[in-house]
Design a protein around this ligand. Structure first.
Ligand code: ZN
Length: 243
């Protein structure tokens, strides 16, 4: 039997883990891993409604439904979307989320992502990962025992991303799309925003599929997701952790 892990994907927004590593998370769930999907912001800057309280509730419901597709647990940190700041209060939220999940590995955004919430999340996760096991900062949950290996997921459109780890998601690609489609408040919104820019009729799903297919061609499978391990400090391992 394959070894099982606790896997935590930390995205800036509700729908990021689904878009950038949903196929891998589905595969982890299939392997018997415990999977956490954590959202740092409340997602209230993206959507058709301008009522942020209402949108926060909608996005919570959608994130919960997306996680349910693969039986993952969700953690909502509730920080303000598009206004995420790197500060101690934000770092404490992420430390506590990592302590709640106690993961064996973390997947998050790359620090050179175009989206500022994604970049700040990346930095918060790296620093929180270090402090989650330490006793300098107390939070609600008990300390972790390890500094986790971290994998960066592919930024939107993948420009400049140079991955070294690939996961075959051919048999979970449909689940990935199903997870993303649970974010109903985002489908029209993203398509309209992106369509203006890319002049494609269905730009968002195009990019998700083409990226998975492109990484699949590179790794000799139908669909793949690609990652870049952060090789730093005590987060380096010899064993393969991703499925
Ligand atoms: Zn995002």
């Amino acid at each position: 039997m394959e070894k099982q892990f606790t896997v935590m994907a930390i995205g800036a927004h509700p729908d990021d883990p689904e878009i950038y590593c949903g196929g891998t998370l589905a595969k982890c769930a299939e392997r018997g891993d415990k999977v956490f999907m954590a959202y740092v912001t409340d997602g209230t800057a993206g959507g058709d409604t301008k009522d942020r309280d209402k949108l926060a509730e909608i996005r919570k419901r959608e994130g919960t439904a997306a996680a349910k597709v693969i039986g993952a647990e969700v953690i909502f940190m509730g920080l303000p979307d598009a206004e995420l700041e790197y500060n101690l209060a934000s770092r404490i939220k992420v430390i506590d989320a990592i302590r709640q999940a106690k993961p064996d590995l973390i997947i998050t955004h790359a620090p050179y992502d175009q989206n500022c919430d994604h970049r700040i999340t990346s930095q918060l996760v790296n620093d929180a990962n270090l402090h989650a096991s330490g006793h300098k900062i107390e939070t609600t949950h008990t300390r972790t025992t390890i500094i986790c290996p971290v994998y960066y997921m592919e930024p939107y459109q993948g420009i400049g991303f140079n991955p070294s780890v690939y996961v075959d998601i051919s048999n979970t690609f449909e689940q990935k799309i199903k997870m993303f489609m649970e974010h109903k408040s985002q489908i029209n919104y993203l398509e309209t925003e992106e369509a203006k820019r890319t002049k494609s009729s269905n730009p968002f799903l195009d990019i998700v599929e083409i990226t998975a297919r492109f990484r699949g061609i590179q790794s000799l499978v139908k669909y793949a997701e690609a990652f870049q391990p952060l090789l730093i400090g005590q987060g380096v391992r010899t064993e393969r952790l991703l499925p």
